[in-house]
Design a protein around this ligand. Structure first.
Ligand code: BES
Ligand code: MN
Ligand code: ZN
Length: 489
């Protein structure tokens, strides 16, 4: 596993913790956090020298290595302005320290939390940062002699349970990153189903997988249509966790598991088509959250649904002009086989509304290139049917630092996905509001009665966001932290 999977906690004296380095915070006023009292002689001189040389600025995201006597090592991380310390600064500090450990081949670190135990979320954020920052995707490297992995990290101070929660969440995010980063020939629908089964086993969940023959017979004509161009077996994956009261309505999570999107007959240009291995990141969110559920066994009911296939142009592939019938009986006119995500989600959402009485439904999908035009790699586009749910999502977004921005689902946009010859079409108005057209289409398969929100993560699931607890240009596992906070584990 190319990341830390455990973070220890200690409430004792940091000098008692066995580790190869200590990590300590410094504010912009260049005062070392007071939790680092009694600095030992080896490091004291190193720190004084670094300060005298003007090396340390205390800025957020800054991590500097300081060498004391006899090779004693300290990583000094910036805390920003005093009085403005927040969890995101500490998440970045944890990430930066872990990255510095990997870069300098330091096996273990003792991270001194610069705050007291009262604010649990600060402790959680550090644990998240340490694990996420240690993450590397190197499972396909066979000759790189420079590979190095951290072994342990210990958080000194703060709240032990919050550290445990942060560890569980970050491990869920790392699982999602692994699945997302794997290429289409490895992370196939079968691979996703196997991962769902493994998570289910570890967390008392019921996992059911429908194969092509079964889901076609059941009436999932939209998923079957998209899957018709590939011989790689498609899957419809269901994960059910009934940890709450029987009377409690389940929260349903639906994730786009498109393991490679060539565009199908409406084929994509060659340039950057490799990035379409990431088109299953929506399913990564669902599997990541379910892994967190398995680790923490909360008292709640939650269902994960993953329609999964490739989108290819084999001889049986679906065509522009075809009409498909979704699981809820609605007919869909296909105008572009590259707008396939909304089709497989149509069956996932229909299944959720038919078989459960959801408290609410969330879906996650790398659905449109248009969301990258609108929000770049900075924020996830969201849209939905329920003001209260959206309000809570925005609150969790602010708390977890995973940005979202709401788009409107006005009736004008719903009209744009109506078809002349079928119930709906899989495109909106040409060249207009592409991300909203995707959401408007999906709404047809949820209806008005169930609170629902669609997350278009095409810009945030991977890309060039620059953060110490991320590896630029690879999968992020974004919105898992937000969702775990929202569902209230
Ligand atoms: N998987 C893509 C969306 C995408 C594009 C994600 C680029 C990340 C980067 C999706 O299936 C797709 O192809 N969408 C089309 C929709 C269009 C045909 C209406 C798009 O965005 O171009
Ligand atoms: Mn597509
Ligand atoms: Zn796609």
């Amino acid at each position: 596993m190319a990341h830390l999977s455990k973070v220890k906690h200690s409430s004792g004296d940091w000098r008692r913790v066995k580790s190869d380095a200590v990590a300590v915070g410094i504010y912009e006023d260049l005062k070392i956090s007071r939790q680092f009292q009694g600095v030992n002689r080896e490091l004291g001189r190193g720190l004084t020298n670094a300060l005298a040389a003007n090396m340390l600025k205390g800025k957020e995201s800054e991590v500097k290595i300081v060498v004391g006597k006899k090779g004693a090592l300290a990583f000094v991380f910036g805390l920003g302005k005093k009085g403005e310390l927040n969890p995101e600064t500490l998440r970045k500090a944890g990430g930066g320290v872990a990255k510095a450990c990997v870069a300098n081949k330091v096996k273990s670190v003792c991270f001194i939390l610069p705050v007291d135990g009262k604010e649990a979320y600060m402790s959680q954020a550090v644990a998240e940062g340490l694990i996420l920052g240690s993450y590397q995707f190197n499972e396909f490297k066979t000759t790189d002699e420079d590979l190095f992995e951290m072994e342990t990290a210990t958080v000194v101070g703060g709240n032990q349970n919050a550290v445990k929660k942060g560890v569980a969440i970050a491990n869920g995010v790392c699982l999602a990153r692994d699945l997302d980063n794997r290429p289409g020939n490895v992370a196939t629908p079968t691979h996703l189903a196997e991962n769902a089964q493994a998570i289910g086993k570890s967390g008392a969940m019921k996992v059911t997988v429908f194969d092509r023959e079964k889901f076609t017979k059941m009436g999932m004509g939209a998923l079957a249509g998209v899957a018709s161009g590939t011989k790689v077996p498609p899957k419809f994956i269901l994960m059910e966790y009934w940890g709450g009261k029987k009377s409690a309505k389940p929260i349903v999570l639906v994730g786009k598991g498109l393991t490679f999107d060539s565009g199908g007959i409406s084929i994509k240009p060659a340039s950057r088509m490799d990035e379409m291995k990431y088109d299953m990141c929506g399913s990564g969110v669902v599997l990541g959250v379910m892994k967190v559920i398995a680790a923490l066994s909360p008292k709640m009911n939650i269902v994960g649904i993953i329609p999964s296939t490739e989108n290819m142009s084999g001889d049986k592939a679906y065509r522009p002009g075809d009409i498909l019938k979704a699981y809820n009986g609605k007919t869909i006119e296909i105008l572009n086989t590259d707008a396939e995500g909304r089709l497989i989600l149509a069956d996932g959402l229909s299944y959720a509304t038919k078989h459960y009485d959801p408290k609410y439904i969330l879906d996650f999908a790398t659905l449109t290139g248009a969301v990258v035009v609108a929000l770049g790699h900075v924020a996830t586009g969201i849209m939905g049917t329920d003001a209260e749910l959206i309000k809570n999502i925005k609150a969790s977004s602010v708390k977890t630092g995973e940005k979202v921005w709401e788009f409107p689902l006005w009736v004008e946009f719903l009209k744009q996905v109506k078809s002349k010859i079928a119930d709906v079409k899989n495109l909106g108005a040409s060249g207009q509001a592409g991300s909203i057209a995707g959401g408007a289409f999906l709404k047809t398969f949820v209806g008005d009665d169930i609170p629902w929100c669609h997350f278009d993560i095409a810009g945030t699931a991977w890309g060039d966001k620059d953060l110490p607890y991320l590896n630029k240009g690879t999968a992020t596992g974004e919105v898992i932290r937000l969702v775990v906070d929202l569902i209230g584990i």
